[in-house]
Design a binder for this molecule. Structure first.
Ligand code: KG4
Ligand code: ZN
Length: 331
C-alpha cells in the first residue's frame, strides 16, 4: 500500500459497526483506499445461527479501538493527518451502531474535526465510487445484503430513490437460511456459493414468487427448500447437497437478475450495478457481464464504503454532532 503524500488530499477515517463487522478505513478525498480493516464476529455468532445484538455490541466495544488503530497504522498516518470522521448512523442494530458513533464522536471532538453521519445503504452504493474502478451515476443499483434487498435509482452520489424492495426476507437472509437447512453453518452465502460449483443447478426447480412491480419475495423459496430437505432424509440429503445448493442459488440469482434488468428497462436501459454482501456471489457476478460490480473486498460490510460516501455528504462541524443518535431502520 502506498503511503500518502501532501498531494493525496484530505483524508477521511471511516467507522462501521452496524451489524457484526467492526470496521475502520482511511480513504482519500479522491476515493483511494489507504487502508481497510474489517474484524468479523461471524464465528462468535455462528453457534446461535445468527447475530445476537447484545453479544455484537459488547464485541464491538472490545474491537473498535484496536480496529481504528489498525486502519491508521496500515495507512501509515496518525490522527493528525485525518481531516474528518465518517460513521454509520443506521440502519442496523442500535446498540452496535452506538459503539461506532461514540468512538467517532470522541475522536472527532478530541481533535475538533467535523463528523459525517452516513446511511449504511448509501455506504454500500458508495463502494462503487472507490478507486481504481469508480463509476458515476446515473445507474440502477441492486443492493443485496443480509439485511436488505432493494433496487435503487441512483442519480447522484449522495442520494437514491427506492424502486423496489423485498416484501419478506432479504436475499442474503435467504442464502443464510438455505445454508442452515443444508447444514452449512452461518453465515451461509459464501458456503452455498462454494458448494453450488459442484452441483447441478437444474436438478431441482425451486419457485421464486413473482410479486408485482419491482419488489422481491424469498420466503416461499426457503419453505420449498425446507420441504425438499425433509422429504429427502439425511442420507439422500448428504448425496444431493451440492445439487440443492446449486438449484437454490440459481433461483435466488434468477430473481435478482430478472428484477434488476426490468428496473433498467424501466429507466430507459440505464446502466446497472450490484452492491452488498450478496454481490460477492460468483453466479450473480457471472450472470451480469455488463454490470458495474462492487469490488469483492467491499461487498460485505466495511468502512471504506462509509468513508467513500462521506466524500459526497455535508459534514457536521464540531461540536454540533455530540447529540447525534443512531437509527434502526431505513428512513
Ligand atoms: O452487506 P453484508 O455484509 O451485511 C449486511 O449489511 O446485511 O451482507 C452479508 C450477507 C450475508 O447474508 C451473507 O450470507 C451474504 O451477504 N454473502 C453471500 C456471499 N458472501 C456473503 N451471499 C451469496 N454468495 C456469497 N458469495
Ligand atoms: Zn451491509
Amino acid at each position: 500500500m502506498e503511503r500518502p503524500d501532501a498531494a493525496a488530499g484530505a483524508l477521511i477515517l471511516g467507522i462501521e459497526t452496524s451489524c457484526d463487522e467492526t470496521a475502520a478505513a482511511v480513504v482519500s478525498e479522491s476515493g483511494e483506499v489507504l487502508s481497510s480493516v474489517v474484524s468479523s464476529q461471524a464465528d462468535l455468532h455462528a453457534r446461535y445461527g445468527g447475530v445476537v445484538p447484545e453479544v455484537a455490541s459488547r464485541r464491538h466495544l472490545e474491537l473498535v479501538t484496536p480496529v481504528i488503530g489498525g486502519a491508521l497504522e496500515r495507512a501509515g498516518v496518525g490522527l493528525a493527518a485525518i481531516d474528518r470522521i465518517a460513521v454509520t448512523r443506521g440502519p442496523g442494530l442500535v446498540g452496535a451502531l452506538l459503539v461506532g458513533i461514540s468512538a467517532a464522536k470522541a475522536i472527532a471532538w478530541a481533535r475538533r474535526l467535523p463528523l459525517v453521519p452516513v446511511d449504511h445503504l448509501l455506504g454500500h452504493v458508495a463502494s462503487l465510487f472507490l478507486r481504481p474502478a469508480a463509476i458515476e451515476p446515473p445507474f440502477v443499483c441492486l443492493l443485496a445484503s443480509g439485511g436488505h434487498t432493494m433496487l435503487l435509482d441512483v442519480r447522484a452520489p449522495e442520494a437514491f430513490t427506492i424502486l423496489g424492495s423485498t416484501l419478506d426476507d432479504a436475499a442474503g437472509e435467504a442464502f443464510d437460511k438455505g445454508a442452515r437447512l443444508l447444514g452449512l453453518g452461518y453465515p451461509g452465502g459464501a458456503a452455498i456459493d462454494r458448494l453450488a460449483k459442484e452441483g447441478d443447478p437444474t436438478a431441482y426447480r425451486f419457485p421464486v414468487a413473482r410479486v408485482p412491480g419491482l419488489d422481491f419475495s424469498f420466503s416461499g423459496l426457503k419453505t420449498a427448500l425446507l420441504y425438499t430437505v425433509r422429504d429427502l432424509g439425511p442420507d439422500e440429503l448428504e448425496r444431493r447437497r451440492a445439487d440443492l445448493a446449486a438449484s437454490y442459488q440459481r433461483a435466488i440469482v434468477r430473481a435478482l437478475v430478472e428484477r434488476l434488468e426490468a428496473a433498467s428497462r424501466g429507466a430507459g436501459e440505464a446502466p446497472v450495478a450490484v452492491v452488498g454482501g450478496v454481490a460477492a456471489n460468483s453466479e450473480l457476478r457471472g450472470s451480469l457481464p455488463d454490470a458495474a460490480l462492487a469490488p469483492l473486498a467491499y461487498c460485505t460490510d466495511n468502512a471504506a464504503m462509509i468513508a467513500s460516501a462521506a466524500r459526497f455528504l455535508t459534514a457536521l462541524p464540531c461540536p454540533s454532532y455530540l447529540d447525534l443518535d443512531a437509527y434502526a431502520s431505513a428512513a
